[in-house]
Design a binder for this molecule. Structure first.
Ligand code: EPU
Length: 429
């Protein structure tokens, strides 16, 4: 297994280009199931999760060519509307094939994803919405088995209220509604930019989606058996952008341009970073991040978009680990998303965990150590922490396969802006 070695003491400068958004590409790849034509996606990041989705689509009978940053998907000969546990367990976003499969083929059998390192992550809201659209749903031996009305018929438009705004739940039902008969109204939808992006795709494909990116969405399904194919370039990844912004701000004296970062998608993070003493300015299609003075403590509470993103909590906590004073970080989205804290404590961070809050007392510096990545964003926070140690003080971040799920060539990109970082192949063998 590979590891990432990082040594501190280097200010960052220059520019880093942000890749396409993983969490926009995944539902869009699944949306290709709604069409029999050949679709082309551009600006797709070169990530493990993209390859897992491609493998899943191939298993379902599609022809998929991944040649990052392009992916081509076309219908194959046989469709097998079944997503096996072996693939779903590698990436829980695989549940995103459920809505399109049952809408397009009248039935689907998809493994329940189960829990993961950050929480239980149920899918009850996805299932409740499909039932409202006329699906019969059974859970058998760990699988969701969904059938359209009358034993495999076309879904019907419905009114769906989400008890909790769910990103992939909203996306699954958007794709189901795009081929359902009549109009679907969805209330209390998640509002992430990736959902707006899926709305753009479904409109290109011939459905009528109104309100994607707001909490109320209306969707009129296309009156035909399948949707049109599309050609589309994916939006930049706001969480990758946010991660490089925090890395730049964490190392004093850095001055980094984040190419492709959109201020409008990152407002909560930008506001909190500015309160912490970071300088962030829009520059064309990018942001410039600097920090000259000391970091100030700032409290954050994660919330659905446009609130502070849970996917930036671990990285922001590292910033606060060096702030002058106490900050309180509250995680409201996932119940187990502080797995990075014990690793950061081993590097000298002073953090007390109380339920869903982390109380951070800033320290003067962190110390290099061997640490273990537990999930994607936690791994990124450990890499940033390694950059905050003294010159020559080395941190080894293990289990980097988590990072490879969601950060394209992170060590190359960080090295490109001056970090002392390398990937060590087979370090954990
Ligand atoms: N929830 C339910 N029932 C449901 C669905 C969700 O109770 O049926 C709960 C979840 O347990 C959680 C909350 O609702 O407490 C929000 O979860 P959501 O469904 O929005 O999360 P998700 O769709 O599974 C996506 C991203 C995550 C990101 C979250 C929150 C994708 C592929 N994944 O997950 O991204 O953290 O939204 O913003 O879009 C990552 O990229 O590292 C990542 C984990």
């Amino acid at each position: 297994m590979d590891a990432i070695r990082v040594r501190g003491g280097k200010a960052l400068s220059g520019s880093v280009r942000i890749s396409g958004a993983k969490n926009a590409a995944l539902p869009i790849l699944c949306a290709t199931l709604l069409s029999d034509g050949a679709s082309r996606l551009r600006n797709v990041p070169d990530l493990r999760d993209i390859n897992t989705t491609a493998a899943l689509l191939r298993f379902l009978g599609r022809n998929v060519t991944v040649n990052a940053p392009e992916v081509h998907v076309a219908a194959g000969s046989d469709v097998r509307p079944e997503a096996p546990y072996e693939l779903v367990k590698q990436m829980r976003a695989s549940i995103l094939v459920l809505g399109p499969l049952v809408a397009r083929f009248g039935r689907a059998k998809v493994s329940l994803p189960g829990g993961c390192a950050i929480g239980a992550r149920p899918v009850d809201q996805h299932l409740k919405g499909l039932e409202a659209m006329g699906c019969t749903i059974r859970i058998e031996r760990g699988y969701v088995i969904a059938e359209g009305p009358g034993g495999g018929g076309r879904l019907k438009g419905a009114e769906v209220y989400f008890d909790i705004p769910t990103v992939t739940g909203t996306e699954n039902l958007m794709m189901a509604a795009a081929l359902a008969k009549g109009r679907t109204t969805m209330l209390n939808c998640a509002r992430e930019p990736e959902i707006e992006e899926l709305g753009r795709i479904l409109n290109k494909m011939g459905a009528e989606v109104d309100g994607a990116g707001t909490d109320v969405m209306h969707i009129r399904g296309a009156d035909r058996g399948d949707l049109a194919p599309f050609d589309h370039a994916i939006i930049p990844d706001r969480i990758e952008a946010g991660t490089y912004m925090v890395a730049a701000a964490a190392v004093e004296g850095s001055d980094v341009r984040i190419d492709g970062a959109e201020l409008s998608d990152l407002e909560a993070l930008v506001s909190k970073m500015r309160s912490a003493g970071c300088e962030i300015e829009s520059e064309g299609h990018g942001l410039r991040v600097r920090r000259k003075g000391p970091l100030k403590p700032v409290n954050i509470t994660t919330a659905p978009h446009p609130g502070f993103p849970t996917d930036m909590q671990a990285q922001f906590l590292v910033l606060m680990a060096l702030a002058k004073g106490e900050s309180v970080i509250t995680e409201t989205i996932f119940e187990n998303r502080f797995m990075h804290v014990p690793e950061l404590q081993r590097m000298g961070a002073s953090v007390a965990l109380r339920g869903n809050t982390a109380v951070v007392q800033g320290v003067d510096k962190l110390y290099g150590a061997s640490v273990m990545a537990t999930d994607l964003r936690a791994s990124a926070s450990l890499v940033i922490a390694g950059m905050l140690c003294d010159a020559g003080d080395e941190t080894e971040v293990r289990r980097v396969y988590h990072i490879d799920r969601g950060y394209e060539r992170i060590e190359e990109k960080l090295r490109g802006i001056g970090a002392d970082i390398e990937r060590v192949k087979g370090a954990e063998a």
